[in-house]
Design a protein around this ligand. Sequence first.
Ligand code: ZN
Length: 357
Amino acid sequence: MTPSIKEINFDLEDKNLFQVSDLQLKAEALRNYTLPKLKIIANELISRIDFLYDINYHEHCSTAFSPHFRTSKNQRKEPVKRDYTYCGYSLTGQRKPGKWHGLDKGTGKLPEIAPANLSINLSEEGMLSYFHFNYPSGFTAETYEKFFKFLIDHLAVFNGLFHRSKFSYVFQYIDAIDIEEDLVGKFNNSDYDIILTSRTFEYPISSEQIEELMLSHVLLFPLFHCFIKISLGEQPEIEPYIDAIKSRLQEYDERYGIETTGGVQGVGGEEEDMADILDKASLKIKVAPGLRWQVFARDNWKCVACGRRSEDDIILHTDHILPRSKGGKDELDNYQTLCNICNIGKSNKDSTDLRKR
Ligand SMILES: [Zn+2]
């Protein structure tokens, strides 16, 4: 039972993790807890993209996660020396030799090619979304020019999409240039990146804010996918994507129960707002800073009741053994690690120590 996207949020303890000085704990938490949550977002996003644009995302694209922990079970566990300052996922082109056209064969970078990324990053500052088309990806100057020409030719359409995604996206270049005046014909493959960034959502990051970031990716997807098509040697057309947005975004809203089109929100929703605020307040005081990670680490990053780990498509939760309402303390001894499934099973019982002894 994969957790619902509505269960995903990032609170002050998620921020705390980036401040933790124990590098081993931080790496294990990113691997066993934070990245699996981002993976749920990425998978949900791809299913929505497939739905809205009626495509098969996995035909040419894949997802990449950062940091990428390569660990073999046979390998001795090495102590972590790196201080991870962020983690994130990217929608990206498949890294396959021979997949992409218009490459500069001399660079020897063929297997590393990922023509463009659509990413969400989480750091101490918060969460942000960005599109990145980067040098050096190993394309020829002619191919680079095709990317830029396509962007410039459709700038009005893309500006509309950036606006629609409720984000003010900012173009960044390694060198500052006037995109329309200076770019056409002058672009060469050694000087420029295209980076479009959203504003940063600060902690606590609600599931509604994650919805907004996801919507921004859904609406930026045409840009990403057209770059993928150029990389395949095709001549992409923007119209089918725009038609899909026009005709199906309403359906998307209904299907995923979100508000993407209207500007007015929360009419008559005052009671819900209050419940929401109380929920968030209780979330904040649920465990003292750092305690969540101590609980997970002690329980070996798995559910004490069923033994599931994040690889089994669950999210880990910390659970009071004796509830606070019955005098249970916010101390390490009064917490256990449960998966989302066992946590729901337990929610109506008063105090249950599910640890297998
Ligand atoms: Zn469980």
